[in-house]
Design a binder for this molecule. Structure first.
Ligand code: OFO
Length: 170
């Protein structure tokens, strides 16, 4: 069974993943409002992925015989200056999530809960990808500057992202 401390930390992470989903939904709506349907699609797929991350942790808590804690999900920001700000905030957000994930893995290690440590390794690796994909888009946006034609080309690229559930139901 999970310790009380790990149950609390994992429950907080369920909340944080759902907050991430809410944040990306808000960003997706804002991108849609800017006429950037491709960016809106990318951010919507990201929101779906975050819900899957959260649900997987919730199920893990139950599997380990514990009961998750439920707290209110924070309201996300709803106004963004432009698409640059959205992806800058995306990277900053993912860097914060990485710190949270590392802290839970460290706690599992300190408690010698090898199963939980192993479970957290998927999230540790996922955060490398999360930061890399946000950085890649942000770097492209820096090259694009105020060139609308190039921005539309990037938007078309972002339109191709398809949500693939990392934890499909068996
Ligand atoms: Fe769940 O990885 Fe982003 O936040």
């Amino acid at each position: 069974m999970l310790s009380k401390n790990l149950t609390t930390a994992l429950s907080d992470q369920v909340n944080a993943e759902y907050y991430s989903a809410y944040l990306y939904l808000s960003m997706s709506a804002a991108a849609d409002g800017m006429g950037l349907k491709g960016a809106a699609n990318w951010l919507f797929a990201q929101a779906q992925e975050e819900m899957s991350h959260g649900t997987n942790i919730y199920q893990y808590i139950l599997e380990r015989g514990a009961t998750p804690d439920f707290e209110a999900i924070e309201k996300p920001p709803t106004s963004f200056a432009d698409i640059n700000e959205i992806f800058k905030m995306t990277l900053e957000h993912e860097q914060k999530v990485t710190s949270r994930i590392n802290a839970i893995a460290t706690l599992a290690m300190q408690e010698s809960d090898h199963a939980c440590y192993q479970f957290m390794m998927w999230y540790v690796n996922e955060q490398v990808e999360e930061e890399a994909s946000a950085t890649e888009i942000l770097d492209k946006l820096k090259f694009i500057g105020d060139n609308d034609a190039m921005l539309l080309a990037l938007d078309n690229e972002l339109a191709t992202r398809v949500f693939v559930d990392p934890f499909p139901a068996e």
